[in-house]
Design a protein around this ligand. Structure first.
Ligand code: 5AD
Ligand code: SF4
Length: 359
């Protein structure tokens, strides 16, 4: 295993599929520690002991899609739908800017209609005119046409997150109803890259019927689409979804999901080297120190929720989503303390571009 880790550390893309799978499969505490340390040292080489922040604005939970795993799927009639106004989004962006996050992510359900398209473009233009290059803007609004992506790019967005969820077409199909096209999603990723966005993608980790071989191929897929950023997290069953309703979420299950998520972060770092990798909220949902452990396994970005507290309950993609009742200021103080506790510092007032995008 030492040899394998050394080889991986030498240069990017230096592991075969079998070797990726081998690293993903380590199970003893000692081996996992070795894996995390190796990934951390690669992260340190490219990025240092620094964490970038993205203020996350969950602007609307209205979604036309019906992904089998997701708590805000159109078919879930139990949740109340909301949409932030332009003023509410700008007020949140103002907080994100003045707190020194340097960058924000506007995330929402997938809607393809001209009113939505124009609304987003209008908000982007306003953000750009107020804060210019002092605030990085990432969108995460699902699949759209090339024209829409182009309009939003010109209006000021420079990064886009669109998870592939699983790079295996069969597994992807089993997670989505008919009409959700794997091919279109891949096409969207290529389009975004071509339009000059910094491209983020990722998968859910620990899905039913997902094997380590799937995950190994997911990592190769990230390289194939030339991703600049990776956002991925453990799958967490949601009781009001077709995929999650019969999965008992025991303490043991949560622990397994957490460790698999951490190993996936580490192996992705060891394969891709210079990308931004987020330590996502889903890790934190599984353990109070999940996010810090993600950073120690090779991630370098955290995305604190900047959405007003009153709306957070409406954005439950999965059960037990953390920080539903913390206000944003408390989150900032907690963040500084938590990052310090693992010997890292926050990169304040920086855009925090992926070194890969600059390479
Ligand atoms: N568990 C973990 N992640 C989920 N997502 C949606 N539902 C779940 C779940 N049950 C993730 C998807 C999506 C992102 C916005 O949230 O990967 O891309
Ligand atoms: Fe909509 Fe995204 Fe949830 Fe799918 S995962 S239902 S596209 S919000």
């Amino acid at each position: 295993m030492l040899e394998l880790l050394q080889k991986a550390q030498e240069k990017p893309h230096n592991l075969s599929l079998v070797e990726l799978e081998q690293l993903l499969s380590v199970s003893s505490k000692e081996e996992m520690e070795m894996l995390f340390k190796a990934a951390y040292s690669v992260k340190e080489r490219y990025i240092g002991r620094r964490v970038s922040l993205r203020g996350l604005i969950e602007w609307s939970n209205i979604c036309n899609k019906n992904c089998f795993y997701c708590g805000i799927r159109a078919g879930n009639k139990k949740i109340k739908r909301f949409r932030l106004t332009k003023e509410e989004i700008l007020a949140t962006a103002d907080f994100v800017h003045s707190a020194g996050y340097g960058s924000l992510v506007i995330q929402g359900g997938e809607l393809e209609n001209s009113a939505n398209t124009e609304f987003v473009a209008d908000v982007l233009r306003e953000i750009k005119s107020r804060w210019g290059n002092e605030l990085g803007v990432t969108l995460s609004l699902g699949e759209q046409t090339e024209e829409v992506y182009k309009l939003w790019r010109e209006a000021g967005a420079h990064r886009y997150l669109l998870r592939i969820e699983s790079s295996d077409p069969e597994l992807y199909k089993s997670l989505h109803p008919q009409g959700h096209s794997f091919e279109r999603r891949v096409e969207c990723l290529h389009t975004l890259k071509r339009l000059g966005y910094q491209l983020g993608t990722g998968v859910m980790i620990g899905l039913p019927n997902q094997t380590l071989a799937h995950l190994a191929r997911d990592i190769e897929f990230f390289a194939q689409v030339d991703a600049d950023m990776i956002g991925m997290g453990p799958y967490i069953p949601h009781q009001d979804t077709p995929l999650g309703e019969n999965i008992p979420v025991t303490a043991e299950y949560m622990q397994q999901q957490l460790l698999l998520g951490l190993r996936m972060i580490a192996v992705t770092r060891l394969y891709l080297h210079d990308v931004n990798i987020a330590s996502t909220t889903a890790l934190q949902a599984l353990a109070p120190d999940g996010r810090e452990r993600g950073l120690l396994a090779g991630a370098n970005v955290i995305m604190p929720n900047a959405t007003a507290v009153g709306y957070r309950a409406g954005y439950q993609l999965y059960a037990n989503k953390p920080n539903l009742d913390e206000n944003a200021e408390e989150t900032m103080a907690a963040l500084e303390a938590s990052v310090k506790s693992i010997g890292e510092t926050l990169r304040l007032n920086e855009l925090g571009d992926s070194p890969h995008a600059k390479a």
